[in-house]
Design a protein around this ligand. Structure first.
Ligand SMILES: *Cc1c(COP(=O)(O)O)cnc(C)c1O
Length: 409
């Protein structure tokens, strides 16, 4: 089965009560039992069942199973937000004194998170690009994780996952990637060598901009040496499933970062059209990037499909010619950027990506307000940068909209 067929007819779409085509929404806190013995069995994992929605819920499981199948993984854990997916994916194996090596060009919220982790004794080194050359000088005996975004938001750098994962594994380290902007439609990071994949499913997976959530997918290939990862010691008996089992029964459960059943349901509805939407969104982004490149007064238009983009070659090979749904441009000054944003008719000024509507933002004054100018520049953000999250509107209308906003008095 190929992608779109698998989304609708894969193993994970079957066996709902009454042969319903979508799972029922179990919008409940707890599940009742006929006997104390029965409940005891469920708590001890001796019988299948659900007890309490923070720990497990059938609607949430239905969402997790669908993503796990698409990513080719044994299981996935859904979270309350993309940020909780990012932080839980790391806290699951880290302790005070450990260090992370991460790309400098990351989502602003993730950069802020790494600052918060300093207070818990977890230090992050930033590599200008997540390549062996830039990583090498940052590694030491405390390094435990290498982290990057498959297509960075909004820097639009693309990770060379096969090359990077081979290098990182050679150092005995896992590669964790945030694939939010690439989506399971453009890439299967686990099959290319990544160990853990996280998504903010608030974005393309949901697609309609109606629910905050995230998901963590473990490829179950990395061997967590308990000497290096003492937090994993008690879970060594689970072999390659140690990461997933600790996450589900310990870290994620106790930090309380579960997703609401209703949001999980909305994500399933959205997921079913992911392939179709990405096809249109990527086509639109490519067309608009090309037409913006020809307009006077607009500089440095970036989309991975443009020959001028640093990511062009990897977009051709690793992303099969697609470049994702985000493009950036520079207007010449902060005032000119604001002028364009204020004159767009069909593009909504909003801090989100992956909606079916085209969304625009001035990242410098919003998402990167806590970053230094140098850190923002490393993430591809300047005071005149506009980020566009391209939607499914008709591409000629979008191109006309930008042209008129740039010309507007
Ligand atoms: C939005 C985003 C996040 C955070 O996701 P939330 O669902 O907003 O918590 C993390 N990484 C990337 C790349 C994102 O775009």
């Amino acid at each position: 089965m190929d992608f779109n067929t698998k989304i609708l007819h894969g193993r994970s779409t079957e066996n709902y009560a009454f042969n319903a085509t979508l799972p029922p929404i179990a919008q409940v806190t707890a599940f009742g039992y006929k006997s104390a013995e029965e409940q005891e069995k469920v708590f001890h994992h001796k019988a299948f069942g659900f007890a309490y929605t923070r720990i497990g819920n059938p609607t949430v499981s239905a969402f997790e199973n669908r993503i796990a199948e698409l990513e080719g993984a044994p299981s996935a854990v859904a979270t309350s937000s993309g940020m909780s997916a990012v932080v839980m994916s790391m806290l699951n194996v880290l302790q005070s004194g450990d260090e992370i090596v991460a790309a400098a060009g990351l989502y602003g919220g993730t950069l802020d998170l790494f600052k918060d982790l300093e207070k818990f004794g977890i230090h992050t080194h930033f590599a200008k690009r997540l390549t062996p050359e830039y990583i090498e000088p940052l590694l030491n005996e405390h390094t435990r994780i290498v982290f990057g975004e498959v297509i960075s938001n909004p820097g639009l750098f693309v990770l060379d996952i096969p090359k990077l994962s081979e290098y990182v594994h050679g150092k005995g380290l896992p590669l964790i990637v945030d694939a939010t902007t690439a989506t399971p439609y453009l890439i299967s990071p686990l099959s290319l060598g990544a160990d853990i994949v996280v998504h903010s499913s608030s974005k393309y997976i949901n697609g309609g901009g109606n629910s905050i959530s995230g998901i963590i997918v473990d490829g179950a290939k990395f061997n967590w040496d308990p000497e290096r990862y003492p937090a994993m010691k008690d879970f060594e008996k689970y072999g390659r499933m140690a990461y997933s089992i600790r996450l589900r029964t310990d870290t994620w459960e106790n930090f309380g970062t579960c997703v609401s059943p209703f949001n999980a349901y909305m994500n399933i509805v959205g997921l079913e059209t992911l392939g179709l939407r990405m096809e249109r969104i990527c086509y639109n982004a490519r067309q608009i990037a090309r037409s913006l490149s020809e307009i006077d007064g607009i500089y440095d238009v970036n989309h991975p499909t443009l020959e001028t983009s640093e990511a062009h070659e990897l977009a051709e090979t690793e992303l099969h010619g697609y470049g994702g749904g985000i493009l950036t441009l520079r207007a010449g000054s902060r005032e000119k950027a604001f002028h364009i944003l204020n004159h767009l008719k069909y593009c909504t000024i909003a801090s989100n990506i992956g909606d079916i509507r085209t969304l625009v933002i001035h990242p410098w004054s919003t998402l990167y307000m806590h970053s230094s100018p140098e850190a923002a520049a490393d993430a591809g953000v300047y005071d005149d940068t506009i980020r566009v999250s391209v939607g499914i509107e008709d591409p000629a209308d979008l191109a006309d909209d930008f042209a008129q906003a740039i010309k507007a008095e």
